[in-house]
Design a protein around this ligand. Structure first.
Ligand code: HEM
Length: 446
């Protein structure tokens, strides 16, 4: 630890009761209200109207000015809860998984336990290590193009083609997105596959309530059995097929990892649709994103670095995991054993006091090293529990965008997205585009 770090540590402070209440009202409550596990459309609409994240970001800025950069202890009765306010602390915290800072917090166990009791994110050692390895083997983080990218590119091309029409709204996009997800993960989109995602939706609504709603064990069992059956088919060109080839015993519960994959692909759809809104309102970036697309055969996979950077920007600007939680397993400088560490990612991603690009759409930061320099820009988390699905997400999202943008020009309707002053909260359910069928060659050069 450097001298500067030590000095920063000394300034660790405890928030006053009113400030703790402000964090509860302006950060925790809105994050929970919109639905942590499955977004609630009416609450998202309200959150956008009042720009809920803006208030949370401003509050944390005020707290940093008042208490300093060190981790801030909140006064929560019966609990020890600490909020990092410095980017370096976020990096250190996330690097410390799963020990001393476990990702398997009590809140996540209560919420995710509704539908994925054996998921890696809520697993404790020693199962965690094996489940993590398994997830990495199947999902291939670090590989821009998964070994199954070729059939998936063709699937995405197919489903994107179904989105032709004068208007593109969330409902239409979401249906096509889920067809992609079922085909990629399970290998098909028949009635039984759709039953899997329908049951998952019901359980995710319960999961929004975490401990406040007891798990519906029979429904969960029916869901998990349906997953097991569909995964057991190991249909070609799917994650299920790859999963079947990876050795694993009963404690690992290979099929028990699949609910998280399906659940998390929902966020990828949200992120893709918001990225489309960014590109529809930023002509210069859209031009660059489309440059060269006209000559590509999109039925085969491509790395599409600029479009991937656009997707990363979409998650930076509107993180789909706004609360990154950790729980200390021993006493640390963050607090006693059992302390909850709460990283509020919108604060770090949109910190206009420290980031010149805070409220701008600037995909270049992911290509020129600026984003990687900042340990608190964590769209997919960081450290040993970093999202193992990140490359898969960047591939599916960028490939979908490439297909949409190659055949159409989009104009955003009804949502304001002013370049340079981007909103803090965007309701994905309300995004609507006029879509003008125009092959790329007629729209742009290059
Ligand atoms: C836009 C889409 C996605 C985003 C932004 C995202 C982000 C994240 C974040 C922030 C975490 C860490 C959560 C925490 O520490 O509490 C995480 C974990 C995880 N993600 Fe993703 N994710 C996405 C999609 C996916 C997909 C599609 C898959 C699988 C196909 C996936 C698989 C996982 C798994 C298995 C974990 C748990 C890792 C562990 O505990 O070691 N994610 N993701």
């Amino acid at each position: 630890m450097t001298r500067a770090d030590q000095e920063r540590r000394i300034s660790t402070a405890t928030a006053s009761v009113p400030d703790t209440l402000r964090v509860a009202a302006m950060v925790a409550a809105p994050t929970i209200a919109v639905g942590i596990i499955k977004r609630r459309p009416h609450m998202m609409a309200l959150a956008q109207t009042i720009q809920a994240d803006r208030a949370g970001i401003r509050l944390l800025r005020r707290l940093r000015a008042k208490y300093g950069d060190g981790p801030l202890r909140l006064r929560v009765p019966g609990r020890s809860v600490t909020l990092p306010l410095a980017a370096e602390d976020v990096g250190e915290l996330l690097a410390g998984a799963p020990h001393p800072f476990s990702p398997a917090t009590r809140e996540k166990k209560a919420a995710l336990g509704h539908f994925q009791p054996n998921g890696v994110l809520i697993s404790e050692p020693p199962e965690r290590a094996e489940r993590r390895r398994f997830n990495e083997t199947v999902l291939e983080p670090g590989q821009p193009l998964h070994e199954l990218a070729a059939p998936w590119a063709a699937i995405i091309r197919d489903e994107a083609a179904s989105l032709r029409g004068a208007e593109l709204d969330w409902t239409g996009f979401d249906q096509a997105w889920w067809r992609v997800v079922r085909r990629v993960v399970l290998g098909g989109d028949n009635a039984a596959d759709r039953e899997v995602t329908d049951l998952l939706d019901r359980l995710r609504l319960d999961a929004n309530w975490a401990y406040a709603r007891p798990p519906r064990r029979r429904l969960r069992e029916r869901f998990l059995n349906t997953v097991r059956r569909q995964v057991g088919w190991a249909r070609p060109d799917s994650l299920a097929a790859k999963l079947a080839k990876v050795p694993g015993d009963g404690a690992l519960d290979p099929a028990g990892q699949v609910p998280h994959w399906l659940f998390a692909f929902d966020a990828a759809g949200i992120v893709t649709f918001r990225a489309l809104a960014l590109l529809a309102t930023h002509p210069v970036e859209a031009e660059r994103a489309c440059s060269g697309l006209g000559s590509l055969d999109l039925a085969v996979p491509h790395q599409l670095p600029y479009l991937r950077a656009c997707v990363l920007e979409s998650v930076r600007l509107w993180p789909t995991t706004p609360a990154l939680l950790r729980e200390s397993r021993v006493d640390t400088e963050w607090g006693p054993d059992g302390t909850t560490e709460f990283v509020y990612t919108p604060f770090f991603h949109r910190d206009s006091e420290r980031l010149p690009y805070a409220d701008r759409f600037e995909p270049e930061i992911w290509l020129d090293g600026r984003a990687q320099e900042n340990p608190a820009l964590v769209p997919f988390s960081a450290g040993p529990a970093i999202c193992p699905g990140r490359d898969l997400v960047l591939f599916t999202a960028s490939t979908m965008l490439a297909n949409l943008l190659r055949d159409n020009r989009y104009e955003l309707r009804g949502t304001s997205m002013t370049p340079g002053r981007l909103p803090a909260t965007v309701n994905n359910f309300g995004l609507r585009f006029e879509s003008i069928a125009e092959p790329l060659s007629a729209q742009r050069t290059g």
